[in-house]
Design a protein around this ligand. Structure first.
Ligand code: NAD
Length: 487
C-alpha cells in the first residue's frame, strides 16, 4: 500500500464539479492513495462578498497540504474582482506553468499528426502583475514588469524539465525587437542559461512568427519557454490544434506548493449537462501524481486513458464521425478509463513514469545577486495636457528646465514630437518630457533627487499636471531606459 498523501481539492464552477467527480473516481479506483481536503473557492465565495474568491480557511488547507487539484472557476467580469487563478499563482509563488500539448492521431481529429509540445510559461510577472492606471482623459496604462530572477528561474526550470524528461530542444519566444529592455532581458538570460546545457539544443523566435509556426508545424517544436502573456495565448492555440482545449492539463509549480488544473475554463454553457470532457483535469491529476512521487499510479492511469481514447470512447467535444466509436458522458468516460486500468494503449506510445522528484521547483537555483553601479542621469516627467500642438507644449515646458538639466525630447504616446516631429503624428493628452543632466548622459551621476524635486516644484508653480515621474539611470554605464520612437 503506497503512502497516503493529503491534497487540497477545489471543485470549482461551471463544469468543474462534474469533471472533478469523474477524475476523483478514476484516482480512487486506481488506488492513488490520496486524502482529500475539500475547499470552496470561486463564484460562491465571490458572491459572499470576498473579492479575492478565496477564504482564510482555504489558505490554511493549501499551506498544510502544499498541493491542490483545482477545477476551473468562473471569474466575474469587472467589478473589482481579481482573478483567483492569478492570486493563487502569485501568492503561493507558483512561478512555472507547464502545459504539455500532445496530439493523438489518428484517434482524435487533428491536422497535426506528430505534435508533442510542452509550453513552460512564466507565471508571476509580465502584464499579469495587474498594475494599471488611468492617467489622463485619453490614456490608461498597464505596466509590464520583468525581473532577472523571475526570468532566470523559469528558463532554468524549462532546461531542467527538458533534461529530466529527455527533451532535445528548448525554444524561447520573445518580442525583443520591440521591447528591448523587458523581452531583451528575458532573451539575454535565456542565452546565458542555455550555454550551461550544451546537450540540449536552444533557439529563439520572435513571438509572432513563433506562434504562426507553432500553429502550422508544431512537430518542429519541443519545449517552449516564454513570458506570461505569450505563454497564455500560445498554450491555448497549441491545445486547440492538438485536438481540443478539453484535453490538456497543466501544472503550476513553486518552491513550496504546486497547483494542478485543466487549461480550459468553467465552460458555463455546457455546465450541468454531464457532457464535458474530464481529460484536461485527468491529465493535470496525472502530472500531480508524478509530482507527488506516485509515478507508478500515474503510469497506470495515463495508459488506461490513452487506451480509452484509442478505443474511440469519446466525449462530445472530441467525438468525430468515422473516428470515434461511442459518444459518452463525463462519468461514462471516467468509467471507461477505470475499466481499462492495467491496460496499455496498442498503437499510441505507452507512458512509463519513474519515481520522479517530488518537487521539481526546488531543484532550480538562481545565480547570486550582483548589484550594478547605478547613476541617476535624468528624468522622464509624464504630463496630462490638452492645450494644443507639440510646439505649444514645448514653449510651455522649455522655461522650466532650470540650470542643471537639459530638455532632451518630448514624446506623445511614446513617439517623439520634439525636436523635429512629424505633422502626421496623432497627439493625445499624454505627454512625456525627458530631461538629462547638463553634463550629458554618459558622464553619469549628474542628476540628484533634489534636482528632480526642484523641477517638479517648477512644474507645480506653472500649474502643469504631472502624472508620473520616472527616473533615468545608467547601470554599469549602460542606459537603463529606452529611446523614444523616432529618436
Ligand atoms: P472555456 O475554456 O470555459 O470554454 C471555451 C470553449 O471550450 C467553450 O466552447 C467550452 O464549451 C469548451 N470547453 C472547455 N472545456 C471543455 C471541456 N472540458 N469539455 C468540453 N468542452 C469544453 O473558456 P471561456 O468560455 O472563455 O471561459 C469561461 C469561464 O472560465 C470564464 O469565467 C473564465 O474567466 C473562466 N476561466 C477559468 C480558468 C481557470 O479556472 N483556470 C481558465 C480559463 C477561463
Amino acid at each position: 500500500m503506497s503512502e497516503i498523501i493529503p491534497i487540497t481539492v477545489a471543485r470549482g464552477d461551471g463544469i468543474g464539479p462534474e469533471i472533478m467527480d469523474a477524475v476523483l473516481f478514476v484516482l480512487n479506483e486506481a488506488g492513488a492513495g490520496l486524502e482529500y481536503d475539500h475547499i470552496e473557492i470561486g463564484e460562491s465565495v465571490y458572491r459572499r462578498g470576498v473579492p479575492s474568491g478565496i477564504d482564510t480557511s482555504a489558505w490554511d488547507s493549501l499551506r498544510r497540504t502544499q498541493v491542490i487539484l483545482k477545477a476551473p472557476i468562473t471569474t466575474p467580469q469587472g467589478g473589482g474582482f481579481k482573478s483567483l487563478n492569478v492570486t493563487l499563482r502569485t501568492a503561493l509563488g507558483l512561478f512555472a506553468n507547464v502545459r504539455p500539448c500532445v496530439s493523438y492521431h489518428p484517434y482524435i481529429k487533428t491536422r497535426h499528426h506528430n505534435m508533442d509540445v510542452v509550453i513552460v510559461r512564466e507565471n508571476e510577472e509580465d502584464l499579469y502583475t495587474g498594475i494599471e492606471h488611468r492617467q489622463t482623459d485619453d490614456v490608461v496604462q498597464s505596466i509590464k514588469l520583468i525581473s532577472r530572477p523571475g526570468s532566470e528561474r523559469i528558463i532554468r526550470y524549462a532546461f531542467e524539465y527538458a533534461r529530466i524528461n529527455h527533451r532535445r530542444k528548448v525554444t524561447a519566444f520573445v518580442k525583443d525587437n520591440i521591447m528591448k529592455l523587458t523581452d531583451g532581458l528575458f532573451h539575454r538570460v535565456f542565452d546565458e542559461v542555455a550555454a550551461e546545457y550544451p546537450e540540449i539544443q536552444s533557439d529563439h523566435l520572435i513571438v509572432d512568427i513563433g506562434a504562426a509556426r507553432l500553429a502550422d508545424t508544431p512537430e518542429n517544436f519541443d519545449v517552449i519557454v516564454t513570458l506570461n502573456l505569450y505563454g497564455d495565448i500560445i498554450s491555448d492555440i497549441a491545445a486547440q490544434i492538438a485536438g481540443s482545449v478539453g484535453l490538456a492539463g497543466s501544472s503550476n509549480i513553486g518552491d513550496h506548493c504546486a497547483m494542478f488544473e485543466a487549461i480550459h475554463g468553467s465552460a458555463p454553457t455546457i455546465a450541468g449537462q454531464g457532457i464535458a470532457n474530464p481529460s484536461g483535469l485527468l491529465a493535470a491529476a496525472i502530472m500531480m501524481l508524478v509530482h507527488l512521487g506516485k509515478g507508478d499510479v500515474a503510469t497506470v492511469v495515463h495508459n488506461a486513458w490513452l487506451r480509452t481514447l484509442e478505443d474511440g470512447t469519446h466525449t462530445a467535444d472530441i467525438f468525430s464521425r468515422g473516428i470515434s466509436r461511442q459518444r459518452v458522458t463525463t462519468m461514462a468516460f471516467a468509467e471507461a478509463v477505470v475499466a481499462r486500468l492495467g491496460e496499455r494503449p496498442q498503437n499510441l506510445e505507452p507512458v512509463g513514469y519513474a519515481k520522479a522528484p517530488r518537487t521539481v521547483g526546488s531543484g532550480v537555483t538562481i545565480a547570486p545577486f550582483k548589484p550594478a553601479h547605478k547613476d541617476l542621469v535624468g528624468v522622464d516627467v509624464f504630463v496630462h495636457w490638452r492645450g494644443g500642438s507639440p510646439e505649444a507644449f514645448h514653449r510651455l515646458i522649455e522655461p522650466l528646465t532650470g540650470e542643471r538639466l537639459v530638455l532632451d525630447m518630448i514624446s506623445n504616446r511614446g513617439t517623439k514630437v520634439w525636436p523635429g516631429g512629424h505633422d502626421e503624428t496623432y497627439c493625445t493628452d499624454h505627454w512625456r518630457v525627458r530631461f538629462l543632466g547638463r553634463g550629458g548622459e554618459i558622464q553619469g551621476n549628474l542628476v540628484t533627487h533634489r534636482d528632480i524635486i526642484d523641477l517638479l516644484e517648477r512644474f507645480q508653480q506653472a500649474g502643469i499636471d504631472f502624472i508620473e515621474v520616472m527616473n533615468l539611470c545608467n547601470f554599469d554605464g549602460k542606459a537603463g531606459f529606452s529611446a523614444a520612437q523616432g529618436q
